[in-house]
Design a protein around this ligand. Structure first.
Ligand SMILES: [Zn+2]
Length: 202
């Protein structure tokens, strides 16, 4: 497994010193990429209201800053920050991991698919069952418009979803519209179950 070793915190640039411990070696953990100080500013999301949706962190100021740098300033290196946590949650799943896709136009602008990269860095295999068919952002619509909007995804051709168990993965869960639409189209295609995993819950 190829490992990227950071010598400085990817968020604040202060030096990282993490001695290789037996625990690190034995558990095959990813070496850290951010300092303890930065890490402590992320708040775990601990609600247990549903098992259909697992989210790791709250959308606090630290996360807002991270997401801005990662997604909008195109700092692809930041995909590494949560690789250990993502791997811990998804590496042993038997379900098929399906990332929420970006519209091709947006992908061109952003140069990389931020959800795919989070999974790549955590060494999680995934399948692109979905295609985004509407370029506009869901954030500009009212709740009612979003829920009643025509499907924002299409199924990729030649994918057999019959009886499959799926985990949808997205970076952030806010209104739930994206997951709602993705879930619906996958279930309609005959999937046995669909749950969701997001890095952040807003
Ligand atoms: Zn730091």
């Amino acid at each position: 497994m190829k490992r990227y070793e950071a010598s400085k915190c990817l968020l604040c640039n202060s030096p990282l010193d993490e001695p290789i411990t037996w625990k690190t070696l034995l558990t095959n953990q990813f070496p850290r990429t951010i300092c303890t100080n930065c890490e402590e500013k992320f708040q775990p999301y601990e609600a247990t209201d549903t098992t259909d949706l697992i989210s790791l962190y709250k959308y606090n100021d630290q996360m807002k800053d991270y997401l801005h740098r990662y997604k909008f300033m195109h700092d692809a290196l930041l995909a590494k920050v949560f690789r250990h946590q993502i791997s811990q949650h998804l590496a042993k799943k038997k379900e098929i991991i399906v990332p929420i896709p970006m519209h091709p136009e947006k992908l061109k602008k952003r140069t990389f698919s931020h959800v795919d990269e989070l999974l790549n860095e955590a060494n999680i295999p995934f399948k692109h069952f979905l295609e985004k068919i509407t370029p506009e952002s869901q954030a500009e619509k009212t709740r009612e418009q979003r829920i009643n909007a025509p499907q924002i995804f299409a199924l990729n051709q030649n994918q057999d979803l019959h009886d499959k168990e799926i985990i949808l993965v997205d970076d952030i869960y806010t209104t739930g519209t994206t997951i709602h639409h993705a879930k619906r189209i996958i279930l309609e295609a005959g999937a046995k179950s669909v749950t969701a995993f997001t890095l952040i819950r807003g």
